[in-house]
Design a binder for this molecule. Structure first.
Ligand code: SF4
Ligand code: SF4
Ligand code: SF4
Length: 270
């Protein structure tokens, strides 16, 4: 839908954590009124209505995702149903009921527990600033298939993580640099580079606000089931320790990361 310049400028001033919701609402209400262009007056009216009623809109958690499922070619993993499974965990845990019991006064959007899923390390859904960030990952394996030395993998890797030795023995991957984006395997015409382990990276404890913090990554690549286990444990930890609306980042301690790994991680958070 088309937006006037001043309407665009106004929506950019809406706090980031509600901007997307307000934008969707503005367009929905404009369409309902038969408008083809969103003007400043409509933004202001919708924004005022929306913020006034935010207590009714809060569900206790937000699970966002990137636009990978719309056909983005960069996806490192297909994760179409994971968001629904994560939402079910939060619903079953009655996070909204928990917040109502532990937060004095009206609930605000900033009290909600936030999760973001990105299907590749480009991280368009900003998982680094969410309570739990999940990033699709695919690690390259070097197979026995003969390499043609076409250099497509070297050209594709933005991390300089692929080298082709002059000896012609095939590609070498620097796994310290590799971000598990899966691009080199996608362009390899010979199958010399193939997908090895694939799954998700998990980051915990990111937030914006007065004391912003980037989420900290658990070591390892996790399967979908392991991701769900980690989230279950994070919810349990949050409900055990959070009081007065304290964000997940504020209740995490160093020991919550000790021993983290594909198997040990869920235990380390319990
Ligand atoms: S995070 Fe990656 S897969 Fe998702 S929309 Fe961005 S570029 Fe595409
Ligand atoms: S998976 Fe991505 S970051 Fe890793 S080597 Fe391949 S292109 Fe580079
Ligand atoms: S590993 Fe694949 S993409 Fe890279 S140079 Fe060899 S054939 Fe080309």
């Amino acid at each position: 839908m088309q937006w006037s310049d001043d309407a665009e400028a106004a929506i950019k001033k809406v706090p980031l954590f509600v901007r997307k919701r307000v934008r969707v609402r503005v367009e929905k209400e404009a369409i309902a009124r038969g408008k083809k262009i969103v003007t400043l007056a409509e933004v202001k009216a919708t924004q005022a209505r929306y913020l006034k009623k935010q207590g009714h809109e809060i569900k206790g958690y937000q699970v966002g995702r990137c636009f990978g499922s719309s056909g983005c070619p960069n996806r490192a993993i297909i994760s179409d149903n994971l968001v629904e499974k994560i939402e079910a965990l939060f619903k079953d845990a009655d996070i909204l009921g928990f917040l109502r019991q532990t937060v004095a006064g009206d609930l605000k959007f900033h009290h909600e527990f936030r999760v973001a899923l990105a299907d590749c390390p480009n991280a368009c859904s900003q998982p680094q600033i969410k309570d739990i960030g999940i990033i699709g990952a695919a690690i390259p394996d070097v197979t026995d298939a003969a390499c043609s030395n076409c250099e497509a993998c070297v050209d594709e890797c933005r991390e300089d993580a692929v080298q082709l030795p002059e000896s012609g023995e095939g590609p070498l991957i620097d796994y310290q640099r590799c971000l598990s984006c899966g691009r080199c395997m996608a362009v390899c015409p010979t199958g010399t580079l193939a997908t090895g382990q694939s799954g998700y990276r998990v980051q915990l404890g990111g937030k914006l606000g007065r004391h912003p913090r980037l989420a900290r990554e658990l070591p390892g690549i996790f399967t979908e089931e392991q991701v769900l286990d980690i989230i279950r444990d994070c919810i349990a930890l949050y409900k055990k320790k959070s009081t007065g609306g304290a964000r997940f980042a504020e209740i995490l301690s160093e020991k919550d990361f000790v021993g983290a790994g594909p198997c040990a991680c869920p235990k380390s958070l319990s």
